[in-house]
Design a protein around this ligand. Structure first.
Ligand code: SF4
Length: 258
């Protein structure tokens, strides 16, 4: 039985829960008690990112789904299975991928005709409140490539005007990583009408192949290690509280098709 949660007024930002001198394990532990927004009351538990501490690839989804909320782990449901297959076909080593979400609690509403929990898209305030966790994960992992799955993750990192459908599979330079790719969320592929499903899956896998080719061409491990050592520590702060922190300004306007 899931214990009842004590209701506490949300603070409006996960930044209030980031521990000093964070490590991934410290962040994971602290995130369990996050009350940065009201979603802590809806989800069963915080679903924090997982993967190697210095993964070359970081995949950012929208939020945990029903299966992830119950398991407490990201991408363990049907979307995760499709993602694993896309990694394999794209030549991306699954053991070199850190997976996480822009929002760490499951937002849902009860289905009117059943006991099912229906996914609800997080709003801008919830994404903003949760952003410090993602920012801290990126700062620690320092991935060479970030792959945004769906509009929520893409807009969180590349700006609110970024269009996944116009720019999917394109490497965008940003302060978050040398290359940020965006593609659709695997759940969108799974929800596609039967007649469109095969095409949607093929496009998703084609996008992952672009990521795989980028990684294959990227710098060898020794150079990456030197870069990590030299990289300055980031500040952990809320996004975007002012226009100056709009992620639109972070993404380079120079992008290249790979
Ligand atoms: S969704 Fe994010 S900010 Fe909101 S309570 Fe959960 S971890 Fe904290």
């Amino acid at each position: 039985m899931i214990p009842r949660k004590r209701t506490v007024k949300p603070t409006d930002s996960a930044a209030d829960f980031i521990p000093p001198r964070p490590t991934l394990s410290k962040l994971r532990a602290a995130a369990k008690g996050c009350r940065g927004c009201h979603l802590y009351k809806l989800g069963t538990q915080t679903v924090f990112g997982e993967g190697p501490a210095h993964a070359r690839v970081m995949v950012v989804g929208e939020q945990p789904g029903d299966a992830e909320d119950k398991a407490g782990r990201p991408f363990v449901g049907p979307s995760g299975k499709l993602l694993d297959r896309a990694f394999e076909e794209g030549g991306i080593d699954r053991d070199d991928v850190y997976v996480t979400n822009a929002v760490k609690h499951f937002k849902w509403a009860k289905d009117a005709r059943s006991e099912r929990r229906i996914h609800k898209t997080p709003n801008a305030g919830e994404i903003r409140a949760c952003f410090p966790w993602l920012e801290a994960e990126i700062a620690l992992v320092k991935p060479e490539v970030i792959v945004c799955l769906g509009a929520t993750a893409a807009k969180a990192l590349l700006g609110r005007t970024f269009s996944v459908m116009k720019s999917r599979g394109v490497a965008v330079k940003s302060e978050w990583a040398p290359a940020v790719f965006a593609t659709v969320h695997p759940s969108a592929v799974l929800r596609a009408p039967r007649e469109d499903r095969a095409r949607a899956e093929a496009q998703f896998i084609a996008d992952m192949k672009k990521v795989g080719r980028y990684i294959a061409k990227a710098k060898p491990a020794a150079q990456r290690a030197a870069k990590r050592t030299a990289a300055p520590a980031r500040r952990f702060s809320a996004w975007p509280t002012t226009a100056a922190r709009s992620p639109t300004s972070r993404a380079s306007t120079q992008s290249s098709r790979k």
